[in-house]
Design a protein around this ligand. Structure first.
Ligand code: ZN
Length: 163
């Protein structure tokens, strides 16, 4: 079957920055493909669109502009955050990435720009913001989502949630 909104797609991916051959992230090292319920915001928009209409066995590459990936870089995105909001404040150094819990309960990857006595300055831009990304994608399986998966908005079982 062809991948569409509300189908479950299991796929392997390797991401590189456009013009580079070094993998930023790949599912192939982990061995297990990523499982995603299409149409529920689990993927960046460019990858979601690239998977639509594909079938098991399809392997292809797409280049995705920042607007369909992690967004454009903003120059005014530095914020000063009290150390208590970091789980790992003591080990953070400039240039390191960490995860910050935002007030609406979301997790956000940020980059440390300066470490003070009681506060840390972080760059709120996603590390991949402003970058065009190349995805090497290989569809392993496409299947219908169960009613429960559609209700939860995510995949259950291998590569997905276990609960
Ligand atoms: Zn669930």
């Amino acid at each position: 079957m062809e991948a569409a909104k509300n189908s479950v797609v299991l796929f392997h991916y390797t991401v590189t920055e456009q013009g580079s051959s070094e993998a930023i992230d790949t599912s192939r090292e982990r061995g297990e493909p990523l499982a995603v319920l299409l149409g529920h915001g689990g993927l960046i928009p460019g990858v979601e669109r690239a998977l639509e209409g594909r079938k098991a066995g399809d392997r292809f590459e797409v280049t995705i502009a920042p607007g369909d990936a992690y967004g454009e870089r903003r120059d005014d995105a530095t914020q000063r955050v009290p150390k208590k909001f970091f789980r790992d404040a003591d080990r953070l150094r400039p240039g390191m990435q960490t995860v910050l819990q935002t007030t609406d309960g979301q997790q956000r990857v940020v980059t440390v720009s300066k470490v003070g006595m009681s506060v840390i300055d972080v760059d709120m831009n996603h590390p991949l913001a402003g970058k065009s990304l190349n995805f090497d994608l290989e569809v392993v399986e496409v299947r219908e989502a169960s009613e429960e998966e559609r209700a939860h908005g995510h995949v259950h079982g291998p590569g997905g949630h276990h609960h």
